[in-house]
Design a protein around this ligand. Structure first.
Ligand code: CA
Length: 473
């Protein structure tokens, strides 16, 4: 298999980037996915941010490609992560809600019927690690170590506090309500650890350690920072960089983004120092748009934010580098989606891999930096089951249907802020997109578990929600 993959890589490199073939080292590539949490579209330098320098995140865009129309599969954390890590629209397997913290519940999270990217990568001999926020299930059966990751360092809940002195709960069973999950001690695999560093710094340190330890083998790292998700908490080291910012909330947010950017820098530096940067695919994106009023993020000209099906909730900072394969300085304007990450990885490990596994994305590499290859005509879809919302994005148009409102169609390529409803003069376009959305919905499942907005109902059904049942983990 390794030989076959190598030959395939060499052929691809020869076809698309002959100038890079000198640098191409044979053998499989490494993968680092860096996920930010609730980062605004306009909060990175490569999307025009002025008040928060992000030189390291920007390096990824400069070294490779930035995607100006990069989407995620949902406007809040859990479902977006389920889509990213499976490469499939999460509603296909009933992940239509943001999971609750429910350590006794094997059905609260990513169903075992689904393979994660880590499962796939392990099958190709990769060493795999998840760092940071999990949010795909707190039951032991759904723990990252049982979902394809050799190593895990982080927390299972949907968010977390940032200062070690606030991590006072020994495990999820000591929680009494949803947000107590933010105060658990961190996990290294199944063991609780006494961590002393600011959370973002601790996650960066672990990422560097994993990369260093696995430099001689192929590795897959899923580095899921919870910055800059609320609560807004930063150390003086980072806050001092922004003492000139008048708005206290924005100042703390900026400090958190700056800590994240430092971590990205440590990862990139380590890859370069080890001489493995050229053959490592590094992807950076946010799991959803910024909740501007909650964390002082900025989605720029995009309409609305986290939770919304306008682009402020769905279009995110998105960049990718792979020096041996992607020309530096590429700016890719056609729509892409987080689902494309899994398809890109698996297609490059095994041609036909995405199809074989029924993945919803495509391999992006043939399209990057090669103007002769025309962008594929695709439509992306979103569904909010509980609120009966629909959205779709084609190459040119964006459709948003919210219950109780008239359907809205925007010529998104010219109207990025989704201001002018052009549905009346484009009724045929609307009907065609709505028809494809309906066909897509026919392949979906209803939500398989109650979500964050049904916290009270869940507690009534499960009075033993945080009562440890059975033996020790
Ligand atoms: Ca999020």
């Amino acid at each position: 298999m390794i030989l076959k993959t190598t030959v395939f890589l060499l052929i691809l490199v020869g076809c698309f980037h002959p100038s890079h073939s000198q640098q191409q080292s044979p053998g499989p590539f490494n993968v680092v996915i860096i996920l930010a949490d609730d980062l605004g579209y306009a909060d990175v330098g490569f999307n025009g941010c002025k008040d928060i320098p992000t030189p390291n995140i920007d390096r990824i865009a400069q070294n490779g490609a930035k995607f100006t129309n990069g989407y995620v599969t949902y406007a809040v954390c859990g479902p977006s992560r389920a889509g990213l890590l499976t490469g499939k629209y999460q509603d296909r397997f009933g992940f239509g809600r943001n999971p609750l913290l429910a350590p006794n519940d094997p059905d609260m999270g990513l169903p075992l019927s689904e393979k994660t990217l880590a499962d796939h990568m392990k099958a190709f001999g990769y060493q795999t690690m998840a760092i940071g926020k999990w949010h795909l299930g707190a039951h032991t059966s759904l723990h990252p170590n049982n979902r394809g990751f050799d190593e895990f360092f982080g927390f299972l809940s949907g968010g977390h506090r940032y200062f070690p002195e606030e991590w006072v709960l020994n495990d999820e069973f000591e929680a009494q309500s949803q947000y107590d999950g933010y105060r658990t001690k961190l996990l290294r695999n199944f063991e609780r650890v006494e961590e002393r560093e600011y959370l973002t710094d601790a996650l960066s340190r672990e990422a560097v350690r994993f990369i260093r330890n696995n430099a001689r083998t192929s590795f897959f790292l899923y580095l899921a920072y919870n910055a800059p998700h609320t609560p807004l908490q930063a150390t003086s080291t980072y806050l001092e960089r922004f003492s000139h910012l008048f708005d206290k909330k924005r100042r703390t947010y900026a400090a958190m983004v700056s800590a994240l950017d430092d971590g990205v820098g440590r990862v990139l530096d380590e890859l370069e120092a080890l001489g493995i940067s050229d053959n490592t695919l590094v992807v950076f994106l946010s799991d959803n748009g910024g909740p501007e009023s909650a964390n002082a993020s900025d989605n720029g000209v995009l309409r609305e934010g986290k939770g919304s099906f306008f682009d402020g909730g769905l279009r995110v900072p998105f960049a990718m580098q792979w020096p041996a394969r992607i020309p530096s300085g590429t700016v890719y304007q056609a729509p892409v989606i987080s689902l494309d990450i899994a398809a890109t990885l698996l297609e490059n490990l095994e041609p036909g891999g995405a199809l074989k596994r029924d993945l919803d994305g495509i391999n992006l590499l043939p399209f990057l930096g090669n103007p002769r290859v025309k962008a594929p005509q695709r439509t992306f879809f979103w569904r909010n089951f509980d609120r009966n919302w629909q959205a779709a994005r084609s190459s040119e148009f964006k459709l948003v249907i919210r219950e109780g409102e008239n359907p809205q169609l925007y010529r998104i390529t010219e109207d990025i802020g989704e201001r002018t409803n052009v549905l009346p003069e484009n009724r045929t376009v609307y009907e065609k997109i709505a028809e494809t959305w309906n066909a897509w919905e026919a392949s979906l499942q209803d939500p398989a578990f109650l979500g964050l907005s049904q916290d009270r109902a869940y507690n009534q059904l499960h009075p033993d929600r945080f009562v440890r049942s059975g033996g020790p983990e």
